[in-house]
Design a protein around this ligand. Structure first.
Ligand code: ASP
Length: 440
């Protein structure tokens, strides 16, 4: 049995949390590969080490040295090492790191040092080998992960290693430069390692007891999702649930390795099991739906043209205009004579919206283009919905009772989710109504 364990920023935040991590690792001999984040926040207004490292980079750009900001990082690591009673010469490691940040003039290099230092400390504390992610995780020249190369490197390097700590969040490109994933990317590193060592389980340790049915800031009593499929997590993460990086599913998915989201500070909680469809056990969750997630601030371009469906290439021409502006399309629900193009409002700033609409008018000569702004999208996700009648009825009745006006509906044919568009001002109310209707 092999388990890969990834510990997030709060699990690495101070000596107490790190001791807790050691207890967890020591409790189970199959926890052989440990991936760590940089120390995160210890309290609400604390600063994450990664944020501090980006500041270091800016300081180098402006002043030529990161001395001032790095002092905060230095103090944090020195304190952790002292509190853990470790005898490693952390000051020398920190001196070297500070110098390298000054010289590298790279934001990715600077940001990566939080995970690097974290891994140096915890490998000493656990007595595990330190394996640098730069050795085994490879990016191509476009900053994308080189999957095949990385898979080979990870399995070859880790084969025969009994126990190791690997820093999360970064790797190297073929030019030898350090590159990072997007923020929260240590989750992806953990998943890559789990795939590479053919783990039986990828444990992702964080500071919550799993995915919640919806955002607890909106529904305080939101329940934990006991079990969820890979695809459902993709949908929920994409729509804003932030427990796991949206790209962290892909590597483990290839080997059908389940992910268990666990709480470092409540290790006895079962957390959420993320499983492939074929491993899903019925009856573990409390509701028909699995989760609700959403995002605010979308714009809908409602394009209407009589006999649109008979016009060859109509949709393609609309989409080429959107593509020409380098804008991503979020959803594309269509009717007989209507097509709604849903876009993130952020992409339409500084006059882009007006130009886009007039170019669409010129190109496809629609009867009209109606622009609806300040729309929120809310996804109700659950693979159980496909096999059950009345789910949509329950959802829409709940919203009608709350007098919420639904401006758009999009249900993919997979029946894994129903996405609705409502006014931003109805966002929270809508999520509460759906929760109440489905979760007992
Ligand atoms: N430390 C990085 C961040 O704050 C990556 C991670 O924690 O996963 O985004």
């Amino acid at each position: 049995m092999i388990k890969v364990c990834k510990f997030g920023g709060t699990s690495m935040a101070d000596a107490n949390a790190i001791r807790q991590v050691k207890n967890i690792i020591d409790a189970d001999d199959s926890r052989r590969f440990v991936v760590v984040s940089a120390p995160g926040k210890r309290f609400k207004d604390d600063i994450k080490i990664t944020d501090m490292l980006y500041r270091c980079y800016n300081e180098v750009v402006n002043l030529g040295t990161c001395k001032k900001s790095f002092a905060v990082i230095r103090e944090r690591f020195v304190e952790i090492v002292k509190d853990l009673g470790l005898t490693i010469d952390i000051e020398s490691v920190l001196d070297k790191t500070e110098q390298e940040i000054d010289q590298s003039k790279s934001p990715d290099f600077a940001a990566s040092r939080g995970e690097y230092l974290s891994a140096v400390v915890i490998s000493a504390f656990l007595g595990f080998e330190f394996i640098d992610a730069a050795e085994i995780i490879r990016f191509d020249s476009h900053g994308k992960l080189n999957v095949d190369y990385t898979d080979d490197k990870v399995s070859n390097r880790l084969l025969g290693v009994d126990k190791a700590v690997i820093p999360g969040f970064y790797g190297k490109n073929f030019q030898g430069e350090i590159k990072t994933f997007s923020r929260g990317g240590s989750d992806i590193t953990g998943s890559i390692i789990a795939h590479g060592v053919k783990a039986d389980l990828y444990e992702n340790w964080t500071d919550v007891s799993g995915f919640l049915v919806c955002d607890p800031r909106i529904v305080h009593e939101a329940k934990v999702i006991n079990q969820i499929t890979y695809k459902e997590v993709r949908e929920l993460s994409y729509m804003g649930a932030s427990v796991l990086h949206a790209e962290a599913i892909t590597p483990v998915m290839k080997r059908r390795i389940p992910i268990n989201i666990k709480n470092t500070f409540k290790p006895e909680d079962k957390g959420t099991m993320i499983v492939p469809n074929e491993q899903y056990k019925e009856g573990l969750n409390d509701a028909v739906i699995t989760g609700i997630a959403g995002k605010k601030n979308f714009t809908v371009l409602l394009i209407e043209k009589s006999m649109m469906n008979a016009e060859v290439g109509f949709i393609r021409r609309v989409l080429s205009v959107v593509e020409h502006y380098g804008i991503c399309v979020e959803h594309l629900p269509s009717g007989i004579d209507t097509l709604s193009v849903i876009l993130e409002s952020e992409q339409l700033k500084d006059g882009v919206l007006t130009d886009l609409v007039s170019e669409i008018r010129e190109n496809v000569n629609p009867d009209y283009v109606h622009v609806i702004e300040n729309i929120s999208l809310i996804a109700t996700v659950g693979h159980g919905m496909a096999r059950r009648h009345g789910t949509a009825a329950t959802l829409f009745t709940a919203l009608a009772e709350e007098k919420i006006n639904i401006q758009m509906i999009d249900q993919g044919s997979s029946e894994l989710n129903i996405i609705i568009g409502v006014a931003n001002s109805d966002y929270e109310k809508c999520i509460r109504a759906i929760y109440k209707a489905f979760v007992k």
